[in-house]
Each structure stands twice: as C-alpha cells, then as structure tokens.
Design a protein around this ligand. Structure first.
Ligand code: HEC
Length: 249
C-alpha cells in the first residue's frame, strides 16, 4: 500500500475505534471482578441462578452433569439442591416456564442466558451492573425499570436480597434535555447489605461467565503449565547455547 492510501485507511480505523469506544461509554458498567478460578464463587453463583433465575431463563448449552464436573459437585448435590424440575442429570438446563406463557406475562420471553456473558459488550461487567441497576417505576407494567436496560420487562427478582432502589432524577430545565436518572439510592433495605449483595451478583456474573465458555476453566489452568514449560525450555536452550558456543570461541 502506498503512503497516500495508508493515511486515510488509518484515519478510518481510528474513527471506527472511536465510535466503538463512545458506544461503550453510554452506560457506565462497574467492574465485576469475576474469577473463574474461584470455585466457591461459581458454586454460590450456580445456587443463586437455580433459585432466582432458572424459573424464567434456560441455559440451553449447559448440562447439569457438565456443571457438576466443572464445579466440583456430586450428582446428588446437583439433583438434590439445584434441580427444581423433573429434568435428568444429563439434560440441559431448561426454564420451568413455557415460552408462550412467558411472552404473555412479561411482553417478551426471557432469553436463554447461555451466551449472555459473551454477547454483551462488557461481558460479566454488563450482567453484574444490570443486576444492580433495578429501580421501582410505577409507569412500567412490571413496576420496575433498569438503568442498564431501560424499559426492561424483567422485574427485580433479587429485590428480597437487595432491597428496593429508587431513582433520583436530574433537574429538568425548560428547553433542556429531558430529566434522566442521575443515581439510584436504596429506599428500603433487603436481606443482604450492599457489600453482601455485590458479592451475590458477582457470583452470578461469574457463573454466567463460566457457562459462556465452560472450557475456559481448564484452559486457564493449562495456560499456567504452558508458561512454566516455556520458561524451563528457554532456560534449557540458553544453557545448551552457552555450551555449544564455548567451543566456537
Ligand atoms: C420472572 C421472570 C424472570 C426471572 C426470574 C429472571 N428474569 Fe432475566 N429476564 C426476564 C425477561 C422477561 C427478560 C427480557 C427483558 C427485556 O429484554 O426487556 C430478561 C432479561 C435478562 C437479561 C438480559 C438478556 C439479554 O440478552 O438482553 C439478563 C442478563 C437476565 N435477564 C438475567 C437474569 C438473572 C441473572 C436472573 C436471576 C437473578 C434473572 N434474569 C431472572 C425475566 C426474568
């Protein structure tokens, strides 16, 4: 490519990057700080998901048996504590609710969440912030709204844990921008304090991140061995090199 072509090409590339960056900053996402190596967190996340989410959402790409193996749970633990339908151990995680009914009740069928941590810009941060951003809003059919997904038809199913948040609106100036949600504040507390609630939704975000790519757990632990091997191999090669070159000098 000649210089004449490269310059506009680079300009285009930069403009593209800027658009992506500005789209990403529209909603402020909080860092979820999930950790796939934290098995206890993944187990708690699975428990919360099965209790609070699987009534509406399926995980069509995840089998109970695979989850048990990856999360260090026995078949009895999974079937006894986490399965509330008549599903079998080898089956995928289906929601208890028929999709047609769900659509009637919520106006929109709750989507399958197998890949949600990968499909959303921000990944686990999106799930984490979404679950922290519900507030009561009487104008909505469900009585709830969400700053990350405005107009969301999902109600705040974790309200008993989090408590109820209220929106503090910005001052509306005549002729200016319409009033928007400035921040959310806890109007009445739930069973968990804010720190415990953050941990609970971090565990759910971590679990959904795992579900998005179950092989990542193994890949990350193998990665460590690969690096270790490369370090040892480099040392060996260096020792060999000095040995050979001794005779040359
Ligand atoms: C009472 C039914 C119900 C329950 C229980 C429920 N959800 Fe939802 N959820 C919905 C509906 C309906 C939507 C679609 C919202 C929309 O797009 O307007 C949704 C959307 C979502 C989305 C966005 C998906 C996307 O692709 O846009 C995520 C993430 C999500 N739910 C996570 C959860 C988690 C995590 C739980 C458990 C803590 C949960 N949901 C429990 C009904 C439910």
């Amino acid at each position: 490519m000649t210089k004449r072509l490269i310059v506009p090409f680079l300009g285009l590339l930069l403009a593209g990057a800027a658009t992506v960056a500005s789209a990403a900053t529209e909603v402020h996402l909080e860092p979820a700080q999930t950790n796939l190596g934290d098995t206890a967190s993944l187990q708690r996340g699975a428990g919360l998901f099965m209790n609070y989410c699987s009534g509406c959402h399926s995980l069509g790409l995840q089998r109970y048996s695979r989850m048990a193996e990856d999360l260090g749970l026995t078949e009895e633990q999974v079937m006894g504590n986490l399965v509330f339908t008549d599903a079998k151990f080898g089956e995928t995680i289906k929601s208890a609710m028929p999709a047609a009914q769900a659509e009637k009740w919520f106006g929109k069928a709750p989507p399958d969440l197998s890949l949600v941590a990968r499909s959303k810009l921000g990944g686990p941060d999106w799930t984490y912030t979404f679950l922290k951003s519900f507030y009561i809003d009487e104008t909505r059919p469900s009585g709830w709204n969400n700053t990350v997904l405005p107009g969301s038809s999902m109600p705040n199913v974790l309200a008993e844990l989090q408590g109820i948040q209220r929106a503090v609106m910005s001052e509306h100036v005549e002729g200016g921008a319409p009033a928007h949600v400035e921040k959310l504040e806890l109007a009445s507390p739930g069973r968990l304090d804010p720190e415990q609630y953050d941990r609970a939704v971090r565990d759910i975000a971590n679990f959904l991140r795992y579900v998005g790519e179950p092989a990542a757990i193994k890949r990350e632990s193998i990665g460590l061995w690969v690096i270790l091997f490369l370090v040892v191999f480099t040392l060996l090669a260096w020792v060999l090199k000095t040995e050979y070159w001794k005779d040359v000098h």
